[in-house]
Design a protein around this ligand. Structure first.
Ligand code: GLN
Length: 203
């Protein structure tokens, strides 16, 4: 059974731990660098990316996580987690750090103040059984994807129609929205299956 580390410095990590366990994997709240070696996959929750960035630095997790991700550690990021996994962030603080595991450019708080939070049904590539209810909370969107990044979902209606809100590059998956808050486990399931696949491949 794979062990998933859910980054537990800040944000809604408890919901992700519950979702990962409901998918049949083991989960730990990841806080210490000693725990990083043991994990088969990483989840980065929603929260506040600049705060998460400061805490990652303070807890000395930034470099060890970067190097495991570079070696192919599977990861799932939602909202602030997507921002942390990105290779480039627009509208952030100049000193904000990120993990550079996904070749995308994200814009923080992209949907604007007047639409702080909203929900929408989204069709997601690779997810069967109908649309996913996507909950957006001060969410980023993706403005650029690298050649090896698959777009999994776009906003389907309204002023932000066509904006990219779910992506995948190899074993790294990220969503602008919060799959951990709806009780729909399909995105976590997809991730846990990805982790199982990659641990099989590496023996
Ligand atoms: N706006 C937050 C940030 O920039 C993300 C919000 C969230 O994770 N719900 O980090």
């Amino acid at each position: 059974t794979p062990l998933i580390g859910v980054l537990a410095l800040q944000g809604d990590f408890r919901e992700h731990i519950a979702a990962v366990e409901a998918c049949g994997a083991r989960a730990i709240g990841l806080r210490r660098r000693e725990e990083i070696d043991a994990i088969d996959g990483l989840v980065i929750p929603g929260g506040e990316s600049t705060t998460m960035s400061r805490l990652l630095t303070a807890f000395e997790l930034l470099d060890p996580l970067r190097s495991r991700l570079k070696e192919g550690l599977p990861a799932l990021g939602s909202c602030a987690g997507m921002i942390m996994l990105a290779s480039e962030i627009l509208d952030t603080r100049p000193d904000a750090q990120h993990l550079d595991a996904l070749d995308i450019t994200v814009r923080r708080n992209a949907f604007g103040r007047q639409v702080d939070s909203f929900e929408e049904d989204l069709h997601i590539d690779g997810i069967e059984g109908g649309p996913v209810r996507a909950v957006f909370i001060r969410a980023p969107w993706v403005e650029r994807v690298g050649a090896s990044v698959e777009v999994l979902a776009r906003v389907e209606a309204g002023p932000a129609q066509g904006r990219i809100v779910a992506v995948r590059e190899n074993a790294v998956i990220a969503t602008s929205f919060h799959p951990e808050v709806t009780g729909d486990l399909r995105i976590h399931d997809l991730f846990v299956q990805t982790v199982r696949g990659s641990t099989l491949n590496s023996g």
